[in-house]
Design a protein around this ligand. Sequence first.
Ligand code: ATP
Length: 355
Amino acid sequence: MTSLRLGVLKGDGIGPEIVPAAIAVAEAALRKASTSVEWVPLPVGLAAIRDHGSALPPATVSALEGLDGWVMGPHDSAAYPAEHRAVLNPSGFLRKHFDLYANIRPARTFRNVPARVTHADLVIVRENTEGFYADRNTFEGTGEFMPTADVAITMGVFSRPRIERIAREAFTLARTRRRHVTIVHKANVLRATAFFRDICREVAAGIPDVTVDDAHVDAMAAHLVRRPGDFDVIVTENMFGDILSDLAGELTGSLGLAASINASNRVAMAQAAHGSAPDIAGRGIANPSAMMLSVAWLLDWAAERHGDARLRDAGARMAMAVERTLGLEIFTADLGGHVTTAAFTRAVIAQIFPE
Ligand code: ATP
């Protein structure tokens, strides 16, 4: 039996609908795989502001320190009272505090789900702690400032150890897939990204069973539209990764299908790539697929870390059950269907435990 302990942070908007749905499916998959996880509910977001005076109470952060990872619902920080908006939002804080350096975002097409491209099954591995994101690349303050009212200056940071670890993450992942990595940069004009590419290539040299190529980010945007099926793992710096993963997500289907995890060497946070969708919150119609697939990915990540075959089995069963449910055209409203979050969740569980 695994002794995995995972936090459950429901978040705002549709979070309290999709997070419990994902946990219910995880529970079924874990049971089927003859294993279990201890789930630890923790307050975050608007409910935490109401009950504890902070969107991310210190008690939540210290509880997370003792866990193996957590499931994070979306947060609607734009709706927080002004004093709570002034501080780093909960997932930004957690990414920084726990050094969640790898933002792993799969993008794939599903049978029978309408998409803009016919086939894709790729994963974007995005460096999450520096690069062209000025808000997170300084020890104090941000790398963005305005020397006059008419000039804004922003700074990018690229450092060898951080590039090496994200490259290792990408190559290790590729070994579990189709063994190909594409490094994305803009080496012709941004020398720092040539540095990124070159260090990734150094890491690649030590992993000869994975093939590697590289592409300029602008060309990559075109390649993703034209031939997304040719890519397996894509590794890139922070902002390029953010933009390309939205593009890849949009090409392969709805936002409601876009999963992600944020991982350090020690812990990982499962988080759907979409936001809190306040426009549909509370109506029971949100698509929980992205959240379910994120939790499946988290179980798989933990399985890899702990060498736990049952956990891996549970993660695979979860992902397969979502895929089969979508394949049956059981769709929530965002995919053009009429099925509620609860009915979709029941259908996914039925794929794990058929009648
Ligand atoms: P954020 O800035 O937090 O990303 P946003 O409003 O830009 O917020 P989302 O909250 O992701 O982005 O919502 C964008 C649109 O996609 C909304 O119309 C929302 O209802 C829809 N949407 C997002 N996630 C889902 C989901 N899981 N199921 C159904 N619709 C969704």
